[in-house]
Write a protein that binds this ligand. Structure first.
Ligand SMILES: *[C@@H]1O[C@H](CO)[C@@H](O)[C@H](O)[C@H]1NC(C)=O
Ligand SMILES: *[C@@H]1O[C@H](CO)[C@@H](O)[C@H](O)[C@H]1NC(C)=O
Ligand SMILES: *[C@@H]1O[C@H](CO)[C@@H](O)[C@H](O)[C@H]1NC(C)=O
Length: 970
């Protein structure tokens, strides 16, 4: 029944309270003081139940806050409660019908017996921005049955929203956002099913943790629905888009929420469509262009794909358009030239191609243009100079070519310009940028720009830069103008031709403000005169990698997050001062000449450390003993030092560990079975140490559930091969093989700019050395799916288990069992390792034949069975036609190509009874001419190699390599 008949049309006046001042006019006897005595005492009791904590930001946040109830007093001529600040009375009967106490510094609990709930005539109640000390919302709220407006936002309420809310059937505007509330039982659907008058509903930050109930689509009066960050999941009811009065829809930040956009074949007053950070997916329908009232579209970080419909260009009122961080493809529609009201256009991090449409020059209101991380080609359109309001232009990470058009140097409001990682071919004078007086962030790294910094750049009148990215800009010295830049926070001079010593003045640059200093990949030989503790007090990142720096190691600020000095010639010990770096996340001292023993503090740094890489130095002694639980360490690399002794058992407490490399030291210990509980350990390398004894794999407790790269080579392990670790089916091990990602750790650095917040994700990739195909191979990055076992050069005995191919090692690329005492046959199940590239089982005591099935390993590039007791014909065809004779030598019983020994005599002998599996594959389909096969499978091999290269080519992508992916936080 038409319950909406009872809806009181309510217009909320921002200051409906300040107007009611019926000053007492006692001379007219027919004018009674409005206020009812009992309501006045309810109000006073309510006031008394709180502390008023004036000027405390944690009670009331709004700068205009003041204690309204201070005026509530019986003293003086003030007993008319209708005249009190924040109180509104009905003019005809004097009842209190409105109470606006938002931002009033009220602090204290509120419970069901609060006198507030005796004010039964209340229609409007606003208690937002106070501090109710985690009270539950009392169920007696249902006494206020006339309420049409209720705002309790941001006032520190907690707990479940009571069912009694469902009785407030006149409710038109309900704002419970920004508390610690939850809606579990009753559910959101039950709470609002009878609130048929609802126009505005804001439950942002309420923990709803459920699907969005379909019945919301029945609330036909709804004009705004805000469900920001409610932990919603499931499919969003498409009917909500059809609500005839809906103007604002905000479901931002509900990652579990899926949904799609319907075909908008209807007229809609929708003005704001905010779906950012949800899992909405699919294409944008062309009919989105019918939503002609839209001013805001925010689809940041959803799963949308397909082309951007050009009909978006019909939305003439659009002021804010964010389609960034999706997988849109195709061109930027030229129809965007019609969006003449647009202030912000975000298209970053998609797969957009084609040029920047010149029509964008029409967008004269544009303040920010973000196209970074796409595949945009062509030149920067000259007409961009019309965008006189533009203050942020971010074109980083594309394939833009040509010159930097002079038009850019006319954008006099430009504050932030990022052109890094593009393909320009340009020489540009720094003076041109300097003329843009508001420009404070300039990123030109790796974009093909050679920067000419003239001696004449006037140091003293230059603007104060905040961020300068000059990596790969062909600089041959430290730019002198830096000496006067005292507001600089970010300085990147990576990959230039800067030689020699760091000038002394450099240590005084922006001492209070510098947060990031990147000098890596230059030719610096000395840091010159500097204190051991560098003077930059806020330094968060210091990157000196790949120079020729000598001398002792400096300590950056104690607050530093990332300290990277690999590939230099630093000598001496690690200064004990390093123990004061209590926020350190990444410590990379690898490939230097550092020596001495490690400071005992190295193990935790206040538990912030994620990466500890000290490989290839000459450190000695034992490694720190006291590793603690709570550690966040994910990668430890001790490779190639002179460490001795036992591995500390406490390492098992570092449960986040992904990679652990002890190789090339003198550790003397048994196998660390006790690491087998580390749930994420993917990589364990013990190569070339003095590990000894059998490896017990039977203890069900220790399973190494994620192990993929397992190198035990060059030790003295005995007993049978430790393959049982891989017999447990572990879904994480299989899942990880899906994506072409690398074993890496992300260290995040939050940087605030006057214009933007950036979350820089530094992706620190694990680098390792393994012996692959007989060659010592440096892996700069390791693919997540890379799987390798190297048990070579030990004293393992027994068989290679027949079922080896059934182990949970589907991605196995490299298997090396050579130089052990293994006996028995080569198992034909090895053919299950379809990705195998290298198989070395040489120098054992294997007998029998080489299984024909191994020819099915189409990626096999290297194969070695030499020096065993194998007999019979060498399988022919496919990859086997590419292996040289030394792959087979030292097996007098083998015959056939590539060996010179012919097989005629062998064919008459019967198959050995010990290889019954073989017979069923005789006459396999792979007996056609070997030339064709060679071409076919040779190609397969090439593809493998190309894939490998395509992946490693990304190493050279600037932003990936140095900074990883950059994320914009708004
Ligand atoms: C809520 O209050 C806190 C401080 O008490 C403030 O930081 C925050 O911005 C406020 N949120 C909203 C949405 O007003
Ligand atoms: C809503 O109203 C219907 C009909 O009056 C009633 O049966 C139902 O219990 C109400 N729901 C809630 C949650 O109060
Ligand atoms: C530029 O905007 C005008 C409206 O001001 C419009 O008529 C014109 O078509 C637009 N030009 C382009 C190239 O989009």
């Amino acid at each position: 029944m038409a319950s909406s008949l009872y809806c009181l049309k309510f217009v909320y006046l921002l200051s409906f309270l300040s107007t009611i001042h019926l000053a007492a006019v006692p001379s007219f006897s027919f004018v009674q003081p409005l206020c009812h005595g009992h309501e006045r005492s309810y109000l006073l009791q309510f006031k008394e139940s709180f502390a008023i904590i004036n000027n405390n930001k944690s009670i009331s946040f709004d700068p205009s806050a003041y204690p309204k109830v201070a005026s509530w007093t019986l003293e003086g001529n003030n007993s008319d409660c209708c005249s009190w600040d924040g109180v509104e009375c009905d003019k005809s009967n004097g009842h209190v019908i409105g109470l606006d106490l938002n931002s009033s510094y009220l602090y204290g609990s509120i419970n069901s017996s609060s006198s507030l709930f005796n004010l039964v005539h209340l229609q409007r109640l606003n208690l937002a921005d106070n501090h109710f000390n985690h009270s539950q919302i009392p169920f007696t709220v249902s006494n206020l049955s006339k309420l049409t407006y209720l705002n309790l936002s941001n006032s520190t309420f907690s707990g479940q929203i009571p069912l009694e809310f469902s009785q407030l059937s006149h409710m038109s505007s309900l704002d419970l956002s920004y508390n610690h509330l939850e809606i579990k039982n009753p559910s959101l659907g039950r709470l609002v099913e009878n609130l048929t008058c609802l126009e505005n509903l804001d439950l942002s930050l309420v923990n709803i943790i459920s699907i969005v109930p379909n019945m919301l689509a029945n609330l036909s009066s709804l004009t705004s629905l805000r469900l920001y960050d409610c932990k919603l999941h499931g499919e969003f009811p498409v009917g909500i888009f059809k609500l005839p009065n809906l103007r604002v829809l905000n479901v931002r930040k509900n990652k579990g929420l899926t949904g799609y956009l319907p075909d908008f074949q209807w007229k809609s007053p929708l003005e704001e469509m905010i779906l950012a950070s949800t899992s909405f997916s699919g294409k944008l329908p062309a009919t989105i262009g019918n939503l002609s009232s839209l001013t805001v579209i925010d689809m940041y970080k959803c799963n949308f794909s397909g082309f951007i419909p050009s009909s978006l260009g019909n939305l003439k009122h659009l002021n804010f358009l964010d389609l960034s961080y999706n997988t849109f493809e195709g061109h930027v529609p030229s129809s965007f030239g019609n969006l003449i009201q647009l202030s912000f256009l975000y298209l970053s991090q998609n797969e957009l191609t084609g040029p920047i449409p010149f029509e964008l020059e029409n967008l004269t209101q544009l303040t920010g243009l973000f196209l970074y991380f796409n595949n945009i080609t062509g030149q920067i359109p000259f007409g961009l100079m019309n965008l006189t309001k533009l203050s942020i232009l971010d074109l980083a990470g594309n394939y833009l070519t040509g010159q930097i058009p002079n038009s850019i140097f006319n954008l006099e409001n430009l504050e932030f310009l990022d052109l890094s990682s593009n393909d320009f071919t340009a020489k540009v004078e720094f003076d041109k940028f300097v003329k843009l007086k508001k420009l404070t962030s300039l990123y030109l790294s790796d974009c093909g720009v050679s920067l000419i910094i003239g001696e004449t750049s006037d140091n003293t009148t230059l603007q104060k830069f905040k961020n300068l990215g000059f990596g790969g800009c062909n600089l041959s010295k430290f730019p002198d103008f830096l000496a006067n830049q005292d507001e600089l926070t970010w300085l990147d001079l990576e990959t230039n031709n800067i030689h020699g010593q760091v000038p002394e003045w450099f240590w005084n640059v922006s001492k209070e403000n510098l947060e990031v200093v990147i000098l890596s990949y230059n030719f610096l030989t000395s840091l010159g005169q500097h204190p051991i503790l560098l003077p930059w007090t806020r330094l968060a990142i210091l990157d000196l990698r790949s120079n020729k720096l000598q001398g002792t190691l400096p300590i950056p600020s104690f607050s530093t997050l990332q300290y990277l000095v690999s590939n230099n010639s630093f000598t001496g010990k690690i200064p004990e001062l390093i123990c004061n770096m209590s926020s350190l996340q990444v410590l990379d001292l690898s490939i230097n000449n550092l020596s001495g023993s490690l400071p005992q503090c190295l193990h935790n740094f206040g538990d912030s450390l994620l990466v500890l890489d000290i490989q290839r130095n000459t450190f000695e002694g034992s490694i720190p003993q006291a590793w603690t639980s709570g550690s966040k360490l994910m990668m430890i690399n001790f490779n190639q030092n002179k460490f001795q002794g036992w591995l500390p058992r406490s390492l098992a407490k570092c449960i986040m560990l992904k990679a652990l490399d002890f190789s090339n030291n003198q550790f003397h210990d048994t196998f660390p079975t006790w690491l087998g509980n580390l749930p994420n350990l993917k990589l364990l390398i013990l190569r070339s140490n003095k590990f000894y004894g059998p490896i017990r794999t039977h203890k069900a407790k220790y399973k190494f559930p994620s192990l993929q790269i397992f190198d035990l080579s060059y030790n003295s392990f005995t007993g049978s091969l430790p393959l049982k670790f891989f017999q447990y089916s572990n879904s994480s091990r299989l899942e990880s093989a899906k994506e072409l990602t690398y074993i890496q750790v992300t260290s995040t650095f939050h940087m605030q700019n006057s214009l933007q917040n950036y979350l820089w994700n530094f992706e620190y990739s694990y680098a390792m050395i393994m012996i692959n195909k007989g060659v010592v191979t440096d892996y700069e990055k390791v693919q997540e799916l890379f799987t390798a076992l190297d048990f070579s050069s030990n004293r393992f005995t027994g068989d290679i288990p027949k079922s080896i191919g059934n182990l949970n090692l589907k991605g196995l690329r490299l298997l090396n069992l050579s130089n052990n005492f293994l006996t028995g046959h080569i198992p034909q199940s090895l053919r299950n390792f379809v990705n195998l590239e290298s198989l070395d089982i040489s120098q054992n005591k294997l007998f029998g034949e080489i299984p024909q099935q191994l020819t099915q390993l189409t990626f096999l590039e290297s194969f070695n069975v030499s020096h065993n007791h194998l007999v019979g014909p060498i399988p022919q065809g496919k990859q086997f036609n590419t292996f040289p004779s030394n792959s087979f030598e030292g097996n007098p019983g083998l015959c056939g190509s590539p060996l010179t020994k012919k097989c005629e005599s062998y064919e008459v002998s019967l198959p050995s009874p010990t290889t019954p599996e073989k017979s069923k594959d005789l006459g396999s389909p792979f007996q056609f001419g070997w030339k064709i096969v060679l071409i076919g499978y040779g190609f397969g091999l090439v593809v493998g190699v190309i894939i490998g290269q395509a992946v490693s080519a990304r190493n050279h992508d600037w932003l990936m390599k140095t900074f990883g992916m950059r994320k914009l936080v708004r």
